[in-house]
Design a protein around this ligand. Structure first.
Ligand SMILES: Nc1ncnc2c1ncn2[C@@H]1O[C@H](COP(=O)(O)OP(=O)(O)O)[C@@H](O)[C@H]1O
Ligand SMILES: [Mg+2]
Length: 338
């Protein structure tokens, strides 16, 4: 039986995915070590990611919150020659500018009020490894300039220090925002944007990869020490029909909720959170309603999944030409293959 990142997510087996060639085990995930990627959309993503993993080039990982951007970043690291060195992640949006600068680059003693001792930054701590800059779109402009210099010259300088030191760190960036739009708004440096977007990988939302929902849910249930329990049929239907605005993170929490309430028995629909079982009220509120573009994108992705990933068949079902479909997918930033 083949065990792969992309297929047969339940079976343990050889360490490499037969489909994309990537290692299946990823260190340091909070809730799991396996990357579940059985849907066509995820398989296409992993196939695109595989040759990129081993390079030192920066990668921009796009995708909605909770869709698995950090998981993909960790998979890239785990499949790179840097795997035995640190993988560090920092949420750029969570820290004010000065703190972020010192967090990334470190500081010397007395560099600013409160800098009683010298401190190494993440660039030093991640030496030889990988640094994930999460929510990169929120990085303040002055720091963007410093990051660009670090990427261009491979050198960084601690805050308050005049001497640069060389840093061998691979930079991965994650964003749930459209970086190109931020460039147009002049909130993101164009030169940095082009420097970073050597490769762009887009993680599909969970509702665009319905075949992954139950394998993920079962994996999360196993981790709740409910190895012998299952989901009842109504629960499975509810899980597959929910829209998962919070993506995999929301699913993990819903399973936890269900596991607690079922108290060791099979998890039924009644054990799942209310917003999952009766989403109708939430769905009809204006803020939850989707744009036409979102509806189109999701429908296209559903049809592609239903057609087993075959774009020619999907185009026929959708009643559009193959080239039109291809153009749409490119506009969505979705990587799919025949
Ligand atoms: N493909 C996947 N396989 C297994 N677990 C996943 C997968 N995608 C996401 N998760 C889990 O879902 C949660 C959210 O993923 P994360 O990578 O932090 O999302 P993001 O960075 O896009 O907000 C994490 O607990 C992660 O382990
Ligand atoms: Mg994240």
């Amino acid at each position: 039986m083949k065990q792969t990142v992309c297929e047969e997510p339940f079976e343990r087996g050889p360490k490499l995915c037969a489909h994309c060639g990537l290692a299946t085990e990823v260190q340091g995930l909070k809730r799991c070590s396996r990357v579940v990627a059985g849907s066509h959309a995820m398989q296409a993503l992993m196939v695109k990611a595989a040759p990129i993993a081993g390079s030192d080039a920066p990668v921009v990982i796009r995708g909605e919150s909770g869709s698995g951007k950090e998981v993909l970043a960790r998979a890239l690291h785990a499949n790179s020659p840097r795997r035995s060195r640190p993988f560090l992640a920092v949420n750029v949006a969570a820290l004010p500018g000065e703190l972020l600068e010192s967090e990334l680059f470190g500081h010397v003693k007395g560099a600013f009020t409160g800098a009683a001792t010298a401190k190494a930054g993440l660039f030093e701590a991640a030496e030889g490894g990988t640094l994930l800059l999460d929510e990169i779109a929120e990085m303040p402009l002055p720091l963007q300039a410093k990051l660009l210099r670090a990427l261009q010259d491979g050198e960084v300088r601690r805050v308050g220090d005049t001497r640069p030191f060389s840093a061998d760190v691979r930079i991965l960036c994650a964003s749930n925002q459209d970086l190109a739009a931020r460039v147009t708004e002049r909130r993101f440096r164009e030169d940095l944007y082009y420097r970073l977007r050597v490769f762009v990988l887009t993680v599909p939302s969970l509702r665009e990869r319905v075949p992954d929902i139950l394998p993920l849910a079962s994996m999360f249930l196993e981790q709740e020490k409910h190895a012998t329990c299952r989901f009842t049929k109504p629960a499975r239907r509810v899980l597959e029909e929910h829209r998962w605005p919070g993506n995999v993170r929301e699913l993990a929490n819903a399973v936890k909720h269900g596991a607690v309430l079922s108290r060791g028995a099979d998890v039924d629909a009644a054990h799942l959170p209310e917003e999952v079982t009766s989403p109708r009220a939430a769905r009809s509120s204006p803020s939850a309603l989707r744009t036409l573009a979102e509806v189109e994108r999701e429908h296209v992705m559903q049809v592609i999944e239903a057609c087993g990933g075959r774009q020619t068949d999907a185009a026929r079902v959708l009643g559009i030409g193959r080239t039109t479909l291809w153009r749409k997918l490119r506009a969505f930033g979705i990587e799919t293959e025949e």
